[in-house]
Design a protein around this ligand. Structure first.
Ligand SMILES: NC(=O)c1ccc[n+]([C@@H]2O[C@H](COP(=O)([O-])OP(=O)(O)OC[C@H]3O[C@@H](n4cnc5c(N)ncnc54)[C@H](O)[C@@H]3O)[C@@H](O)[C@H]2O)c1
Length: 311
């Protein structure tokens, strides 16, 4: 029998604070080559969306997340991101748990966005904003709120932005410009249009770009990425998908210009330099983050009333 963590079970098992801690440890373990992660495989089903197969190995366990991004789904009353996570024992291959992929994704995405903002943002940063108040944008806002930060939310769909702010106990931004001016900015849009045009980010700001995680997506203009200090989750993955691929293709950003977040967290690379620097974290979402959340959930399995699946 293998326990199944439904979305509510994942949320009950892993708090946003615990998610930040677990994701931080995963980035460090990966930077130190203690954890491994074969490249994410995209299975395009365009124009509707795409599937991703995301494997990782670490802490005596292997994980596969089979997950989607179907941007038109909310219009049909369906979520953009859905799927299942399988966690297995790496000593004998036996499955240990199944988990709702959307809930795992939301927790680890919120954790990575906030972890990058805490690590790379200015120590005196006071304002935080999330642009894009969908499933994962709300997860980021909830994570900011959990660590005691006031956060404003802005969505192109104003009603959605207000509803999300109310649900989280946050504030809806009065304008897009108010949100974009925050000291710690997180974008979680579908990546179909540029949110950060050339010259939008101001000295001292940090932006975590979470939305553009697949082929053909971008949230920042190539010229804007070229003039800031760029960090990413994983060079191999981020330079082939999302925001960075456009700047790399244009020849304005190269591997030497980009630092992995894990290297900063492991003390192997420098993070923010001057107070006036603009830092940007380009996230494509890593299976090691999912592994971190799945392991944290498994720790609490005995405390929860989980459905058991015969396998
Ligand atoms: N980097 C990662 O680890 C990671 C993880 C999960 C999801 N994602 C990506 O993040 C994106 C959002 O995912 P989601 O599940 O939250 O989707 P969602 O459909 O639930 O939410 C997207 C939100 O963005 C809003 N929006 C669209 N264009 C906008 C714009 N220009 N400005 C402001 N708001 C805008 C929409 O109204 C909607 O509320 C997707 O592209 C998804 O693939 C990335």
């Amino acid at each position: 029998m293998v326990p199944f963590f439904r979305a509510a079970d994942v949320e009950a098992a892993v708090s946003p604070e615990r998610a930040i801690e677990a994701v931080r440890d995963a980035f460090v373990a990966y930077a130190r080559d203690e954890w491994s992660m074969p490249p994410k495989v995209y299975v395009p089903a365009y124009p509707a969306g795409d599937f991703r197969a995301m494997p990782a190995l670490g802490a005596g366990h292997a994980l596969l997340k089979w997950v989607t991004s179907f941007p038109g789904n909310p219009g049909r009353g369906l979520p953009t991101v859905t799927g299942v996570v399988v966690l297995s024992d790496a000593s004998n291959g036996m499955p240990r748990a199944l988990l709702d992929a959307a809930a795992v994704t939301a927790l680890r995405t919120g954790a990575a966005a906030v972890l990058a903002a805490q690590t790379l943002g200015r120590a005196d940063a006071s304002t935080a904003a999330v642009v894009g108040a969908g499933v994962n944008g709300r997860a980021v806002a909830r994570t900011f709120a959990a660590i005691g930060r006031q956060v404003v939310l802005w969505d192109v769909d104003a009603e959605r932005g207000h509803a999300a702010a109310e649900e989280i106990g946050a504030t809806a931004a009065s304008s897009r410009d108010e949100a974009l001016a925050a000291d710690l900015l997180v974008t979680v849009t579908p990546g179909k249009e540029i949110v950060l045009g050339e010259g939008v980010l101001r000295p001292g700001q940090h932006a975590s770009l979470m939305g553009a995680d697949g082929p053909g997506k971008a949230e920042i203009a190539v010229a804007e990425l070229a003039r800031v200090h760029v960090f990413c989750d994983d060079w191999e993955q981020a330079s082939h998908n999302g925001d960075l691929v456009h700047a790399v293709g244009a020849g304005v950003v190269a591997q030497d210009d980009v630092t992995e977040l894990g290297a900063v967290l492991a003390g192997e690379a420098k993070g923010r330099g001057e107070d006036e620097d603009v830092t940007v974290f380009d996230s494509t979402g890593l299976a090691i983050q999912d592994l971190a959340i799945a392991l944290a959930a498994l720790e609490r399995a005995d405390e929860l009333d989980l459905p058991q699946i015969p396998l």
